[in-house]
Design a protein around this ligand. Structure first.
Ligand SMILES: [Zn+2]
Length: 530
C-alpha cells in the first residue's frame, strides 16, 4: 500500500507574527519564506494583505516558491455581500496561489462577537469560499474556536465545516484557538468531523496553551486529518502554535508515522537545525538549548556512564540520530568528533580537505577559541568560510585597511535643528596604491561601510552589486565583560545572500570585522584576481 500524504502548512509569518516582541519586516518575511521553501513545507502563509503595509507589499508582487503561497483574511462580514467587503477584497486581490479565510464556528461567538444569526454566518462561509474559488485560488477555511464550538454546539460546528467543504474549500482547518483542548478530546472530535468532511480535506491548527499543541496535531492525524498547521520554533501568540520543528522530525523518523509521507525529504530534514537557529538569529534572540531535536543540548551528554555507553554505541542513549536533523552529538569535547564536524562543514561549502591535514586541527582549535568568546559560526556561514579559506591559504590578500577613523558629532544644522551626524575616513592599500575615502552616514557603522566600499581601486567593480540587507547586534555577557556580536547579512546582484560576524567589546570594531568578511567573501565569490 502506498504512503498517505500529509501536508504541512506554516503560519510563522501570520500567526507567528503575533508573538510579543516579534515584528517582521518585508526582508524578514521573504528570508523566512525562502527558508521554509528550502525545507520543503507545502504551504507558506505570508500574512494578512490589507492589514498593514508590509503584508500589502508582500502580496502586491507574485512570489516564486515551490510551496503554495497563501494569503490570510476573514470571510465576508455579516450583512454585506462578498463583492462589497473591502477586507475580503484585499485578500482576493493578493497575488497568491491559495487563500485561507477564517470564520466563526462557535455559535456563542457568532452571537456575541459577530452579532448575527447562525444562518447568516453559514451563508458568509459559503459566499466567501465561492468568491475565492471564483478567483481560481485554492481555498482553506480556518474554523476559529472549532473545538470549543463543537463542545458547545456540535451540530452547528459541523454545519460550518460542511458548508465550507460543500462550497468547494480544499481544506477545512479545525482551530484550537484558545489552545486548551486536550489530545484525547481532539482525537474524538476530529473522529466525528471526518464522518462529515473527508479526512484528506481536514487540517489541524493547534495552539500550545497546555503545551500539547504538537500532541494535539498528532491526535488529529490519528483521527484522519491530513494537514498540520504550525510555526517554526512554535512561534505564536501567548504560548505559541504547534511547533513544526518538533512535528517534522517526528513524522519523518518515528515508525508510528511510517505510513505517511511529507514534502520534506531526508536531505531537507538535515537543514532543520540550521533553519531553527537562523530564525532565532533573525529574531535576535538566543536559541532554546533544550529544544527537542534541534537544541544545542538535544544530543548532549555529560561525562559519566552515559557518555561511555554513547561512545560504544550512540543508539544506547539517543532516540534518533542527531545527524538526521542536522544536529550534533556532544560528548565531552572529543577531538575526533569536532574534526569530523569541521570536515562536514568544509564539504558543505565545497572546500576539499584531507582529514589528516594539520591545518584542519588548527582550524578546529581556532573555531573553538573564537566561539568561546562569542563568535557563532553556525549563524555566519560566510565568516566561517573566510576563516577556513584563510587558514587553508586560499584567500588572496586583496587589500589592507591601514587605518580608519569614525566620528559622531552632534550639532545644530543650518536650520538650527539638533542633528547627529557620522563621518568615516578609511585608508586602504590595494597593491602599491594607497587610497583614502571619506563618507557620511546616518550612523557610525553606516558611515564606515560607505567609506570602506567607496573605492577599492581595481577591485571596486567586483563589489558594485554588494548590498547590506540586515544588521543585527547582540550584547553577550562573557564573564564580567560585555561584548558585542554583530551579524551582517549581505546580498549581491545574483540574489545570493550570506552572513558574516564580528565580535568585540567595541561595536564599531565588531561591525568592521563583519563588513570586511562580507567584502572579502564577495571578492572570492566573484573570482577577483589576487
Ligand atoms: Zn492561530
Amino acid at each position: 500500500m502506498g504512503k498517505q500524504r500529509l501536508y504541512l502548512f506554516d503560519t510563522t509569518l501570520r500567526d507567528g507574527a503575533q508573538t510579543s516582541g516579534v515584528d517582521f519586516t518585508l526582508a524578514d518575511k521573504l528570508a523566512i519564506a525562502g527558508m521554509l521553501d528550502e525545507l520543503g513545507i507545502d504551504y507558506i502563509e505570508g500574512g494578512y494583505p490589507g492589514a498593514n503595509p508590509t503584508d500589502t507589499e508582500l502580496f502586491g508582487t507574485p512570489r516564486k516558491f515551490n510551496a503554495t503561497f497563501t494569503a490570510f483574511g476573514m470571510t465576508r462580514r455579516p450583512g454585506r455581500s462578498a463583492s462589497n467587503d473591502p477586507g475580503l477584497a484585499a485578500v482576493l486581490e493578493a497575488k497568491t496561489d491559495a487563500i485561507c479565510l477564517v470564520a466563526k464556528t462557535w455559535d456563542y461567538h457568532v452571537r456575541i462577537a459577530l452579532e448575527t444569526t447562525k444562518e447568516e454566518n453559514l451563508a458568509s462561509i459559503r459566499d466567501s469560499v465561492r468568491a475565492a474559488q471564483a478567483r481560481r485560488r485554492e481555498v482553506l477555511l480556518d474554523c476559529e474556536h472549532f473545538f470549543d464550538g463543537y463542545k458547545s454546539n456540535p451540530k452547528y460546528a459541523l454545519a460550518c465545516a460542511k458548508a465550507a467543504h460543500d462550497a468547494g474549500a480544499r481544506w477545512v482547518v479545525l482551530c484550537d484557538t484558545n489552545g486548551g483542548t486536550l489530545p484525547n478530546e481532539v482525537e474524538k472530535i476530529v473522529g466525528e468531523v471526518v464522518k462529515v468532511v473527508p479526512g484528506d480535506h481536514i487540517g489541524i491548527h493547534a495552539h500550545n496553551d497546555t503545551e500539547q499543541a504538537v500532541a494535539n496535531s498528532f491526535a488529529a492525524v490519528h483521527a484522519g486529518a491530513r494537514q498540520i498547521q504550525g510555526t517554526l520554533n512554535g512561534l505564536g501568540e501567548r504560548c505559541g502554535n504547534a511547533n513544526l520543528v518538533s512535528i517534522i522530525p517526528t513524522l519523518k523518523l518515528k515508525p508510528e508515522f511510517a505510513g505517511f509521507e511529507i514534502g520534506v525529504s531526508d536531505a531537507q530534514l538535515k537543514k532543520l537545525v540550521h533553519v531553527s537557529h537562523a530564525l532565532d538569529e533573525r529574531l535576535n534572540r538566543a536559541s532554546n538549548r533544550h529544544a527537542p531535536y534541534v537544541g544545542e543540548s538535544a544530543f548532549a551528554t555529560k561525562a559519566g556512564i552515559h557518555a561511555s555507553a554513547i561512545m560504544k554505541d550512540p543508539a544506547t542513549y539517543e532516540h534518533v540520530t542527531p545527524e538526521s536533523v542536522g544536529n550534533k552529538r556532544k560528548v565531552l569535547v572529543s577531538e575526533q568528533a569536532g574534526k569530523s564536524n569541521i570536515l562536514a562543514e568544509l564539504e558543505r561549502i565545497g572546500i576539499k580537505a584531507d582529514k589528516d591535514d594539520p591545518r584542519i586541527a588548527r582550524l578546529l582549535e581556532v573555531v573553538k577559541e573564537r566561539e568561546a568568546i562569542g563568535y557563532a559560526y553556525e549563524a555566519a556561514d560566510a565568516s566561517f568560510e573566510m576563516l577556513a579559506r584563510r587558514m587553508l591559504g586560499t584567500v588572496p590578500n586583496y587589500f589592507d585597511v591601514t587605518q580608519f577613523d569614525v566620528n559622531v558629532e552632534q550639532r545644530n544644522n543650518a536650520k538650527g535643528e539638533r542633528v547627529t551626524v557620522s563621518m568615516a575616513v578609511v585608508k586602504v592599500k590595494v597593491g602599491d596604491e594607497n587610497l583614502i575615502s571619506a563618507a557620511e552616514g546616518n550612523g557610525p557603522v553606516n558611515a564606515l561601510d560607505q567609506a570602506l566600499r567607496k573605492d577599492l581601486g581595481k577591485y571596486q567593480k567586483y563589489i558594485e552589486g554588494l548590498k547590506l540587507t540586515d544588521y543585527r547586534v547582540r550584547i553577550l555577557n562573557a564573564g564580567t565583560e560585555a561584548v558585542t556580536r554583530v551579524l551582517i547579512e549581505s546580498e549581491d546582484e545574483t540574489s545570493d545572500h550570506w552572513t558574516t560576524i564580528g565580535v568585540s567589546s567595541n561595536i564599531i570594531d565588531a561591525s568592521f570585522q563583519a563588513l570586511m568578511d562580507s567584502i572579502v567573501y564577495k571578492l572570492v565569490k566573484s573570482g577577483a584576481p589576487a
